[in-house]
Design a protein around this ligand. Structure first.
Ligand code: NDP
Length: 448
């Protein structure tokens, strides 16, 4: 892992001073800047023309109150955010997260990552992110609907298919996107399908969008393994989380012949040596909206470990698919000791910088989230394409497009890493390749 080049040190100090208390944002910025030393040494004009400062300052940041009424008739107040980070490549694009931990620093870290991820897809989308500290867990459908309607009643004025296009993230799935789209349509009196992605198939959604982030993470992993003469077939795999990304990463890995033996939620993890029963997992998490422990109760040979760490389960491939900073150096060391070959981040920034360092020093293939999980937003862009042309593509065709896009993301990372003297370093490759694309577009557009 790189250290910060002295040329970039003052820029990082400015970020620290201008964004106090936003640790996740600092971490995301540092991870990118650490890769850019060789770039700014070769191309001084990126520093001279203040591209780094411009990139680290969001174009627009919105914070607003969301009042709503719960089922007992009590008024509840949440706080919501939308950070429109960078629109050099296209309309702001990035999900909404509903989780009690959401604050401005998390939204800015996610929005910053999104700029580079979206560039890596090769598609015309800028970077943004949003969310709220609303906790959907334990809330009725009617409460979730009222919350979503209230949030959209403020947010709609900032959105548009050519302006800002949200999607889902933690706590925001098909149900929430439906309520949000319904309210947008009602307020604006426009059936503007391309204003949100992750929509249901009955009203403008795309095949494969639900599966895309998890599938894409596995396609990227398969590509890393293929280039080192290996494959996923027959490998022992674990995923963390049991939400949208985790479920479909597990499903695609199993389809490619892997044995997916464990997954988790924030309360514990399940080990199922026979291979996870994906249909049961979907029933428990997506239909019943139950805790993961309910999976083990219905599967006699599986065991549930309350409060444990899924990273202690031996595996050859680990796919962290839950949340930021869920895998630390100690967990990384445990995975290495147990023989892990490849780690691909399905979640955003799930590995701490120290964990990433352990994997890189021990020669483990390591794919950062902005590359490995780019399949979700790429398929959102495919959804926008279908909406714009009033078309809808088959599952097989869309999955093929997704696979091609992930091979392209892999290729961009690998060749930038080679060109800048760090072959095999996907972190450096992802940051450099996407930075160059966004920075050149920004310079072409002038000081705006
Ligand atoms: P979901 O809400 O569907 O699932 C999240 C999963 O992560 C749940 O199993 C949840 O467990 C677990 N989790 C959430 N917060 C924590 C926490 N603080 N500690 C431990 N576990 C936690 O979200 P997604 O699957 O959509 O998103 C997962 C990750 O993937 C996020 O980092 C997201 O930003 C990223 N991502 C998602 C994309 C998408 O298309 N959905 C696209 C690209 C990246 P519990 O139920 O116990 O909270």
């Amino acid at each position: 892992m790189e250290t910060l080049d002295p040329i970039l040190q003052p820029h990082f100090e400015t970020v620290l001073a201008r964004n106090p208390g936003e640790g996740e944002f600092h971490q995301a910025v540092l991870e990118v800047l650490e890769s850019l030393g060789p770039v700014v040494r070769k191309h001084q004009h990126y520093v001279d023309e203040a591209v780094i400062e411009r990139l680290c300052e969001p174009e627009r940041q919105l914070i607003f109150r969301v009042p709503w009424t719960d089922d007992q008739g009590r008024v509840q107040i949440n706080r919501a955010f939308r950070v429109e980070f960078n629109s050099a490549l296209g309309p702001y694009k990035g999900g909404l997260r509903f989780h009690p931990s959401v604050y401005l620093g998390i939204v800015k870290f996610l929005g910053f990552e999104q700029i580079f991820k979206n560039a890596l897809t090769g598609m015309p989308i800028g970077g943004g992110k949003g969310g709220s500290d609303f906790d959907p867990k334990g809330r009725s459908d009617a409460e979730v609907m009222r919350f979503c309607q209230s949030l959209m009643t403020e947010l709609y004025r900032h959105l548009g298919e050519y302006t800002d296009v949200p999607a889902g993230d933690i706590g925001v799935g098909g149900r929430e996107i439906g309520y949000l789209f319904g309210q947008y349509k009602r307020i604006t009196n426009r059936y503007e399908s391309g204003v949100l992605t992750g929509k249901g198939l009955s009203y403008g959604g795309s095949q494969v969008r639900t599966e895309a982030t998890g599938y894409g993470t596995v396609f990227f992993t398969e590509e890393m393994l293929r280039l080192t003469g290996r494959s996923l077939s027959g490998r022992r795999v674990i995923v963390s989380g049991s939400g949208n990304v985790a479920i479909y990463a597990a499903q695609k890995a199993a389809e490619l012949g892997a044995q997916v033996v464990a997954c988790s939620d924030s309360s514990g993890y399940v080990v199922d040596e026979a291979g996870l029963d994906i249909a049961l997992l979907k029933q428990v998490k997506e239909v019943d909206r139950a805790r993961l422990s309910a999976y083990a109760e219905q599967r006699p040979d599986a065991s549930y470990v309350a409060g444990g760490r899924v990273w202690d389960v031996p595996c050859e491939v680990a796919l962290p698919c839950a949340t930021q900073n869920e895998l630390d150096a100690d967990a990384a060391q445990a995975l290495v000791t147990n023989g892990v070959l490849a780690v691909a981040e399905g979640a955003n920034m799930p590995c701490t910088p120290d964990a990433t360092r352990v994997f890189q020093e021990k020669g483990v293939l390591f794919a950062p989230g902005k590359a490995a999980n780019a399949g979700g937003v790429a398929t959102s862009a495919l959804e926008m394409q279908q909406n714009a042309s009033r078309d809808s593509w088959s599952f097989a065709h869309t999955e093929e497009r997704l696979r091609d896009i992930m091979v392209g993301v892999h290729e961009r990372c690998a060749s930038a890493a080679d060109e800048y003297g760090t072959p095999g370093n996907y972190v450096a490759g992802a940051n450099i390749s996407s930075f160059l694309q966004v920075a050149d577009a920004m310079l072409s557009l002038g000081v705006v």
